[in-house]
Design a protein around this ligand. Sequence first.
Ligand SMILES: Cc1ncc(COP(=O)(O)O)c(C=O)c1O
Length: 449
Amino acid sequence: MTDTERLQTLDQQHVWHPYTPTDDYLKTKPLVIDHGEGVYLVDSEGNRYLDGGSSLGVNIHGHQRPELNEALAAQAAKVAHTTLYGMTHPGAAELAERLVRLAPEGIDKVLFLETGSSAVETAMKMAYSYWVFKGAPQRNKFVSMTGAFHGDTMGALSVGQMTILKNFYQPLLRETSAFAQPYCYRCTLCQDNCTLACADTLEEVLEREGDQVAAVLIEPRVQNVSGMIVARDGHLGRVAEIAKKHGVLLIADELGVGFGRTGKMFACEADGVTPDILCVGKGLTGGYMPLAATMATAEVFDAFRGDGKMLLSGHTYSGNPLSVAVALASLELFEKDDVVRRAQEMSVILAEELAKFRPVPHVGDIRQCGMLAAVELVEDQETREPFPWDVGVAGRITDRCKELGLIIHSAPNDTIVIVPPLAMTDEELRTMMGILLQATRDVVGSLAS
Ligand SMILES: Cc1ncc(COP(=O)(O)O)c(C=O)c1O
């Protein structure tokens, strides 16, 4: 038995993998990733793969960046963990100040957490507590967009609106309301003559039940997990305006879009919106450590002052010093490498590469916002009819990509999602998109035969 086979066996005997069909996985010989090198992942047999999904949207500066490795080692030599309950540490104070400087004007406070789900969950508790302290405890409902994904703990799942998760967990979840997502390709509201009617459906929801609503949640600009659904300019502004008109808090979940992905540091900037509460994570540490934050305006924070009031929420590892140290080093790299400007430059190349998919049979929609993109495949390009789910077109394409040296993921509706590490060179980005194009052509060709 080779070392790889031994690890595969141990894994299949004991590791339970998230969001992975059990029997299919047990039939495969799983990939064992041994290490990373820049924008490549290298398996235990020495095969190299471009990390085309940025290891679930977290990798910004590439793997094994010396500056990030050094920051971790330096912090480990001081203290690996200490709490933020009633005390602080230097990194937390420095990072909070830095994040406030980067965030939209008006965001002033930072609560550290570990994951996106916990950041969203905390934002919900924060919004509800805000209304309790303001004397309106009946405001305990949440509204989010159809297709939304905000994480997979119970609260976060409740405000998620992806059918597959919602249908399965429904009996365990809180009731929430939804307004229409900006899915232009499948729009039934204003179709090709966009008036942002999708955003206006929020108005109907809030007219009906606004006085019971604590907050509206939105993934600004791009809904990631449901397949890179890209909102038009002005969409976020319209949603923010409607929420404000009804006196409801706005929670922007920038887990998927923050830290340069859309060509801005934060996606809210594009529409000049300051949400009341802002959730960030994923790329915060450049993909090194789990760290997230729920940020808020001073107006939200001030509701928690006086009479022994506090936010009744927090986790053991919130603000872990190792994570915070690497986040500070990552933000230094943002400046040193001019990451946001670089993302804007690369998005032009990405657009050129995406255009090559247009003539491929079965390519339905191509979406892009900065360095986030998607290719949606359909059975019938005229009617936009999806493939029957059991054809598994997107899965076949991602499998073929793996054979060709690219790790990339799919989303519902046979959509391939493209989330390149922002440290890619132009050449690496073109190579990655070339592999995806070839894999798409191969799979589409095999359907015809
Ligand atoms: C928009 C959004 N919110 C929340 C989450 C949940 O983050 P985590 O997986 O870190 O809990 C994700 C994860 O993909 C996300 O894309």
